[in-house]
Design a binder for this molecule. Structure first.
Ligand code: IMP
Length: 202
């Protein structure tokens, strides 16, 4: 069977992406299936730059078609921060809890109407023969004043989806995927994957 490798060591992302690809005639691998995968330095200035860098490196390393996700949170009041620094907002090896605590501190006293934010995701696909595609997805929301919910990962407990009055951390993976930045980008990537499958590129 044709295979795609998810170029990520983030178990939460891998779980969400595997669920989104579960209907495809594809073997979906991740870096857990390979030892010695290179650690890619995410030093790009955009999500797309970083996603492309990861997908290229892992396609080269595995000889397979690679799919990489680079994603993060943009808070309007913080002029788009943490952005590409989302994973290391509170320091190089910061935990999700430390990143969330830093965000809450910076947003202390900010009124609700100025707490707008969005998650952004770039999905890069690099085929084993070198074809390249990059697709983006966004999801708009508000930053709460305290954490709510226990599911998901990262900034999920602080990210309110106004229409649902729920945070991402209060949604199942399936419900989050239906509306999330990652779900939107991945669904837009499916026709590309299908096209590459039909053309024997995967
Ligand atoms: P990356 O692995 O460099 O793409 O870092 C992504 C970081 O952005 C994660 O560590 C989270 O802090 C944040 N992030 C991205 N997507 C999500 C999401 O779906 N929920 C919560 N946080 C996310």
């Amino acid at each position: 069977m044709a295979a795609v490798v998810i170029a990520s060591k983030n178990k939460n992302k891998v779980r969400e992406i595997k669920q989104l690809l579960s209907g495809e005639a594809l073997e979906v691998l991740s870096l857990e299936d390979f030892s010695g995968a290179p650690d890619v330095v995410e030093d790009g200035s955009t999500f797309a730059d970083n996603a492309l860098k990861k997908a290229k490196a892992i396609a080269r390393f595995t000889g397979l078609t690679a799919l990489a996700d680079d994603s993060g949170l943009e808070v309007d009041y913080l002029k788009g921060q943490p952005g590409v620094y989302s994973a290391r907002f509170a320091g190089i090896s910061a935990t999700d809890g430390e990143n969330n605590a830093k965000l809450l501190k910076l947003m202390e006293g900010v009124p609700r109407e100025q707490r707008t934010a969005r998650f952004r995701c770039s999905i890069a696909l690099v085929s084993r023969f070198g074809l390249i595609e990059c697709i983006d997805g966004t999801c708009e929301g508000l930053i709460l004043t305290e954490e709510k919910g226990t599911g998901g990962f990262g900034y999920d407990p602080l990210f309110l989806v106004p229409d649902l009055r729920l945070t991402f951390a209060e949604l199942s993976d399936g419900d989050k995927n239906r509306i999330s930045h990652r779900g939107k980008a991945l669904r837009a990537a499916l026709p590309v994957i299908q096209r590459w499958l039909d053309a024997g590129q995967i």
